[in-house]
Write a protein of this length. Structure first.
Length: 99
């Protein structure tokens, strides 16, 4: 149960990270000083892969790793995108333009 809460919390935080900063992966500045949506989508994909790798490591410690089909990964990606909704709303809808 603790592992499930750990992965769920980590996924929720990681899904919102692309919308919190104008730097790419919190390190590199863009030429314009603003990140466009494609960079945010790239970061979302990157964090999805990182969280998936961490989840796989946690699963390997608890039990044998179960093989999954593509349907599992599509469902988990959809859930990850839903978890990113608060950050997306904050970045594009809630904040005032120019901030």
């Amino acid at each position: 149960m603790q592992n499930l809460l750990l992965i769920g919390t980590l996924a929720a935080l990681a899904a919102n990270l692309p919308f919190l900063s104008e730097k790419i992966l919190f390190v590199w500045e863009t030429k314009t000083g603003k990140k466009n949506f494609l960079w945010r989508l790239f970061e979302l994909t990157f964090y999805f892969i990182v969280v998936g790798f961490i989840a796989r490591l946690v699963e390997a410690q608890v039990s044998p790793i179960h093989s999954q089909n593509w349907q599992f990964y599509v469902s988990v990606l959809a859930l990850f995108i839903v978890l990113a909704w608060p950050g997306f709303v904050w970045r594009y809808f809630w904040r005032k333009p120019g901030l």
